[in-house]
Design a protein around this ligand. Sequence first.
Ligand code: DP6
Length: 355
Amino acid sequence: MLDGTVITCSAPVNIAVIKYWGKRDDELILPVNSSLSVTLHQDQLKTTTTIACSRDFQEDRIWINGREEDINQSRLQSCLREMRRLARKRSGDGDPAHGVAGLSHKVHICSVNNFPTAAGLASSASGYACLVYTLSRLFGVEGELSAVARQGSGSACRSMYGGFVQWKIGERADGKDSLAEQVQPETHWPELRVLVLVVNAQRKHIGSTSGMQTSVKTSSLLKHRAECLVSGQMDKMMRAINTKDFSAFGELTMQDSNQFHATCLDTYPPIFYLSDVSRQIINLVHCYNHHYREIKVAYTFDAGPNAVIFTLQEHLPEFVQVVRYFFPPESNEEQFLKGLSVDSVPVSESLKAAI
Ligand code: DP6
């Protein structure tokens, strides 16, 4: 790492289809169950991070979406500390290109999301994945880094890989085997599409971190889910992905989302992430699938009211029109929808009546 080096990288959001909810170790961020997600493409929802390093910087600093934030937050510190430790180790291993001197320089980090931050759209996942990856480029650190990203935000470890990614629960107390692993690459299922329906772009009222802490303390359903249910769901989900069986994939995705929100309701006091519009979207998807007697579309919701819809390319234009019909877009969204080229697809009267 040379004085004055500037590196820019981006990392996409991932959407969990088997959700992570609950930690067995809050410090190391070790989950109570394994989870599985789909990483979006680089040109969709993403974080872009630029890190500069200079001997002239007095202290480490960070700006997120143009606003300076507290660099001393413990999760940021964990990632910085761990990346510097790995860089020192590497430089100690005798690579002359990476002088230890540069490692004492402070860094300035500038991170920007191209979507609403902290609105249940996995901004912490892409944010920490991007931070760790950009630091790795700056410090010349290679190898498995999902365990470092995990210490920033659990779901971030899955954004270190593209395609379909599993975060394994791991067994060790030090968390060294609680890692993300690619199940299938991004090229595996090219027809699969993800549609994000932004119901509300405001910050969520209860963040994932505190929400899951209360769930771990109070929800017996969460305990049952983690100990008995997830492993079976995971096996079926892996099979559905490996065989590109959309019907099974969609059904498991919706069931897991519903189970996660049921554990939120079982938390005491209960946590409500879904809004009336979220529930209308859930009904719309079920009515649509029922009309065709086939699962063509699936929803999933994280810690917020926004819907993430999975479908196949062949069904996307019609489903977008159905959404537009029942939830007429505001004028600024029209422009965006034009980019999806869905205008020529009419919604049949029988479909309108069925929903
Ligand atoms: C509902 O990864 O944001 O999106 O580890 O406390 O930072 P922390 O939580 P976070 O939780 C994500 C929860 C979820 C489900 C998921 O992405 O698996």
